[in-house]
Structure formats: C-alpha cells, structure tokens
Design a protein. Sequence first.
Length: 310
Amino acid sequence: MGRSDFDYRYQLRKGLVIPAHPLALTASRKLDETRQRALSRYYLDAGAGGLAIGVHTTQFAIRDVGLFEPVLELALEEMRGRDVVRIAGVCSLQDAEVSARLGYHAGLLSLAPLPHASIDELIDYARAAAAIIPLFGFYLQPAAGGRVLPREFWRRFVEIEQVVAIKVAPFNRYATLDVLLAVERSGRANEIALYTGNDDNIVGDLLTPPFVGGLLGHWAFATRRAVELLETIHAKRPLPPELGRQITDLNAAVFDAANNFRGCIPGIHEMLRRQGLLAGRWCLDPNEDLSPGQMQEIDRVSAAYPHLLE
C-alpha cells in the first residue's frame, strides 16, 4: 500500500475528495475487471484523496452475487503504492471482517439492513463493527434505502471511540443539522471528520463548517472538477455565485430526483459512459435503468454546464 507512516485520520480531517466507486459490468452483467480497474485509476489520477468501494453506488447487491471481496481487492491493487484513504462499505459484521482483513482503513457503516432496530440495537451493532474496523458513519437518505436516525442516535454514536468520520447524506437540512450538533456537542469535533454526502447541496455543505470534504456518488464522474472545487474552497478563493445551483441542477438530472432517485446509479453510469470509462449503463438488476425522460434531462444539463464536466 502507501507509506507505512501514512496517517489516514489526519488526511480525513484535512478534507478529501472521495468518490463513491461504481461497479463496471459487461453487457451480460458480469464484472468488467478491466474497466473496474480503469475507473479506480481515473479517480486516483484525477486527484481523489481516497476511494469508497462496496458502497451504495457500487450496488449493495454485489454481496448477493459474490462480488464484494473481489471488487474490494481490485480497488486495493490499484491503490497500492499511493497514499490514499481506503474506505469499504460495511453492511454486516462479516463485511467489516473482510474489509479489515484486506487492509481498508475504515468501514462506511450502513444501517439499511436494520430498518426496524431500536436505537439501543443500532448502537450495539455499531460498537460490534467498531471493534473490527474504524467506522465512517453514514446517514443514508431513506429514498436510497436508509432510515431516519434521530438526534439521540447520533449523540450516542459519536461517543464510540473508533468513529473517525461521518458521511452526512440524508438530503434533508434538519437531519443534517442533527449530525452536526451531535459532533459539536460531543467534544470530539477535532477528531471526527464530517463529509457531505448531500449530493443535492454539495457546495453549500462544503462552505459550511465543520464539513471538510465529500464522499459522493456525484463525484464518481467529472472527478477532476470535484478536486478543483474542493481545492478552491479550502483555499478560500471565491466561487461563481451560481455554481451551487448549477451543480444541484446537474445532480437532479443524473440522480433522477424527479422519480425519487430511482435512476440514480444508471444515471452515474451514463455519465461515465459518455466519458468513455464504462461501456454501458448495466446494473446487476436488469430492470434498473434510466427513468422515462431522464436521458433528456441528462442531455439538457450536459449542454447547459459543460464547465462542470470533463
């Protein structure tokens, strides 16, 4: 991997661009290893400070078809020799064990598999996962399979010593504030790095302390532009006042906001197909594709905002 003295916690607190890594498939919906590797290299060469693999954008169903460990291994091979933060999606204690064994720095802990668990049960589960691998907390929006997590959950979650960062992605300002206040009041604000996952408000979040970076599906395409954006914000250089609105408009088309995000992953795949990085939009589920009218919206925003794309 990278240098033995690489301090991933320091890097997380400094603030990074971390793309949520998609899954490259062939037309027969088998893993396209060549393009999967090429995607990882694309993100790293664009200046990403880390990769998140095995997450929602990678498709949770990889676990059902035996691809979880193989795709984590492929990403690791491409990260070898680079000082980057390695994040693995964790949907079970078994995922945590695999991720730790392979050498990932932290697990992005999804609570989607526990839709009806009590707060006590969720905290017990998080503590069990944290005993295996450091945790990157994850507030996933309900439309993508997440659940509402009250302020009480976050107050207790940030007390877990092995929590090193949180991805805040409820697509809801009130819910976002619940996480920010929990970290602020925990006395651990200098230890826990906050990352936006609110693809609908990327610029607004990055301009709002204590957010330091992003772990975003939106940053899975046109990644060099994301790196330039974060560098500009960290350097406190002015941004065009319309930029936040433009990025949100672009995201609305790609993520299929009009249809409750049903076409989110195929939308990302379509953008990568246009960049020449994927051969098609194929998902593991043959019924998962762009929504009616989504292609026209993607065409519209691509023509309107060429400066946001590569």
